[in-house]
Design a binder for this molecule. Structure first.
Ligand code: SF4
Ligand code: SF4
Length: 290
């Protein structure tokens, strides 16, 4: 079983549209949407039978007023300034859940409690089992939630003996992206031919170099600026990153997207389907002989 993570240096490159169409053409696949801050793969894959579970990904210090003797030791030891000097109460929004205050409190007045930071959905799509999640706005544990989604996808893949796990990674290069890439067998880099797209792509390549992950390049809407597309392709060639697809700016793709449909599945889009099938075959070739 191989894990392929689709990433882009930033949002809005068409990463999720690409991912949805890719999984629709793969067999024995488990799908993990790790864009937990703004998940939307489910809008295209329309999974059903969603099993919704609460995710508690953080802890918060909670004080029992009855036990507090106002000694101020918690205030002195909280390095996140999350204890008020006036009454030694906890400032929830500043608490990082480190647990130091609960350790040092002489009367056990402070306890650490788990708090809800998101939801995880286990669902079935037409193309295979799909695990997705949504982080509560403002919750600061997206990397942990991404790891949890991937763990559940791994379990599901083992259960059904899947050949592939396709991960729709988070945009950017921060903690959730690193969690999305962790233990990937291959990364697919989706970019667009703009100067910012190129610059973001270079930063993403630094990340995958760090993890030493094989990668393939997808240039979306390549024809809106063919000169930059050529530069991106050349840059990636020098980085040993193979070009997997140049996707055109196409009204057929826009129309499918507006209807919430997959462009590779719609009649009349055989050329686009063929292009995506070539991506599937390049992915498979990458693992030939293993
Ligand atoms: S350390 Fe415990 S007893 Fe002292 S002020 Fe803080 S909560 Fe109250
Ligand atoms: S858990 Fe850590 S951050 Fe939160 S109040 Fe206690 S010491 Fe401060």
């Amino acid at each position: 079983m191989k894990k392929i993570t689709v990433i882009s240096g930033k949002g809005g490159t068409g990463k999720t549209t690409f991912t949805a169409n890719l999984v629709s053409l793969m067999d024995k696949v488990v799908i993990a949407d790790c864009d937990v801050d703004a998940p939307n793969l489910h809008l295209l894959l329309k999974p059903e039978n969603r099993n919704d579970e609460i995710y508690r990904g953080a802890k918060l210090a909670v004080k029992d007023e009855e036990k507090c003797i106002d000694c101020g030791i918690c205030y002195d030891n909280c390095r996140f300034n999350a204890i008020r000097k006036s009454d030694f109460s906890v400032i929830d929004l500043k608490c990082e859940g480190c647990g130091v205050c609960a350790e040092v409190c002489p009367t056990d007045a402070l306890k650490m409690e788990e708090i809800v930071t998101g939801n995880i959905y286990r669902a079935e799509s037409k193309y295979g089992p799909m695990i997705h999640a949504r982080l509560i706005p403002g919750a600061d544990t997206s990397g942990k939630l991404v790891s949890e989604v991937k763990k559940i996808a791994d379990e599901k893949a083992k259960e059904i003996n899947a050949d592939w796990i396709i991960v729709d990674g988070s945009p950017g290069i921060g903690c959730p992206v690193i969690a999305s890439l962790n233990d990937a067998d291959m990364a697919l880099l989706v970019t667009e031919p703009t100067l910012t797209g190129f610059s973001d792509l270079r930063r993403v390549i630094e990340v995958i170099d760090h993890f030493n992950i094989e990668a393939g390049l997808i240039i979306n809407k390549f024809d809106i600026n063919e000169a930059i597309s050529d530069r991106i392709e050349e840059y990636c060639r020098n980085e040993n990153i193979e070009l997997f697809a140049r996707i055109p700016y196409s009204k057929k793709i826009v129309d499918s997207l507006q209807k919430g449909e997959l462009f590779a599945a719609n009649p009349g889009n055989e050329d686009l389907k063929e292009m995506m099938l070539q991506v599937v075959s390049k992915i498979k070739n990458n693992f030939k002989g293993e």
